[in-house]
Write a protein that binds this ligand. Structure first.
Ligand SMILES: Nc1ncnc2c1ncn2[C@@H]1O[C@H](COP(=O)(O)OP(=O)(O)OP(=O)(O)O)[C@@H](O)[C@H]1O
Ligand SMILES: [Mg+2]
Length: 342
């Protein structure tokens, strides 16, 4: 197994544009250095692996590197009986893959979904700076990091610091799910978090995972109630001082008339993030855009402003999407389109 195999495994999960950007000639060498480090870690792990019958074996036929990564990431879930088997990969996303697992005895549902983040070095980092602003970093137990050494490492972006940031990103996803689930929001019930993965309720049934809302054509009579329900969730997030930050029909699962909001690592706190209003507005515009395609007319800017101000937040100067998230051309178009509706 050489560097190329690792790249192939992840290339399979990636789309061409991102690959070109990420594995362009200039970026290839540091990437390969990181990959070599992973190969060494994998070898060490394989040497240490106990071959006894107690070790974790699963049904899903993974490529070798992927198998190692799953053993690393899900082994503790298995030991603590949160899961008993990995059945299949549901989806490979930009920064994580989601697997369907058979539950262990610690979970009172037959199936669960495990979101397994890519190794930090192979993760296609979202432009995470804008989301991290005004947000304290969390450790692997979900506690705010206060240790000076750790804070310094993150600031200086040392390898250790990057590891902490990666961990914090995942901890935010889990903690947010916990908080929102307790608050009654439509999110999958979270079960457990490990260093590199989170476990939550699986939405769907065997052989049929819930589609994301963007692929669903709603019945005329269900579009309006569903729109109102999504907006209620957005408002409930605000009541809990949270903005999703990457909300759109792509991050909502639809199952038999029901919805679940997913994908929370970039969650933003409206009080402390100076771009809060802009990020919130973008979420609402994207949602309205999908529902518009389903025949629901709305004024996204007004809707967003009403919710925002009803929670006592101030509308700040609008930032051009260029300064919010340089990579996303579609955001710029959304902004331009919506300007007329002020
Ligand atoms: N609880 C779940 N039940 C069923 N399917 C799920 C669940 N969570 C995630 N998925 C599937 O996995 C996909 C990726 O999940 P998620 O959006 O959290 O990860 P991501 O890495 O951010 O992906 P992307 O880059 O595609 O947004 C979802 O679009 C959905 O198809
Ligand atoms: Mg997603």
């Amino acid at each position: 197994m050489d560097t190329k195999d690792y790249i192939d495994f992840f290339e399979e999960l990636d789309d061409e544009d991102r690959l070109n950007a990420r594995f362009g000639i200039d970026k290839r060498r540091p990437y390969q250095r990181m990959t070599r480090k992973l190969i060494n870690e994998e070898r060490k792990f394989v040497r240490e692996q106990d071959d006894s019958s107690a070790s974790f074996k699963f049904t899903y036929k993974a490529a070798r590197f992927e198998e190692w990564w799953l053993l690393e990431s899900l082994g503790d879930f298995y030991e603590h009986q949160w899961i008993s088997d990995v059945l299949l990969r549901l989806k490979g996303g930009k920064e994580a893959s989601v697997y369907l697992c058979r539950s262990g005895s610690a979970v009172d549902a037959p199936l669960v979904a495990a979101k397994v983040y890519r190794p930090r070095s192979l993760r296609n980092l979202k432009n995470d700076g804008q989301y991290r602003t005004g947000r304290a970093d969390l450790d692997e137990n979900g506690n705010v990091i206060v240790d000076d050494g750790a804070l310094h490492a993150m600031k200086k972006r040392t390898a250790y610091g990057e590891e902490l940031r990666h961990q914090s990103w995942i901890a935010y996803e889990f903690q947010t799910l916990e908080m929102l689930h307790a608050a009654g929001a439509d999110v999958p019930r979270p079960h457990a978090m490990e260093k590199n993965a989170i476990l939550m309720d699986y939405v769907g049934e065997v052989g049929r995972a819930a589609p994301t809302l963007n692929t669903v054509n709603l019945e005329p009579d269900e579009a309006r109630p569903l729109f109102e329900r999504v907006i209620r969730n957005v408002d409930l997030l605000l009541s809990n001082e949270r903005i999703h930050g990457d909300l759109s029909a792509y991050n909502i699962l639809y199952w038999e008339g029901d919805i679940r909001l997913i994908d929370f690592p970039q969650v933003v706190q409206p009080k402390t993030n100076p771009a809060g209003w802009n990020i919130f507005l973008r979420d609402v515009i994207r949602l309205c855009q999908y529902f518009n395609s389903q025949g629901i007319r709305s004024n996204a800017r007004k809707l967003a402003a009403d919710m925002w101000t009803s929670h006592g937040y101030r509308i700040t100067r609008e930032v051009h999407p260029r300064d919010l998230d340089a990579d996303r051309k579609e955001d710029r178009n959304l902004w331009e389109e919506q300007k007329g509706e002020k």
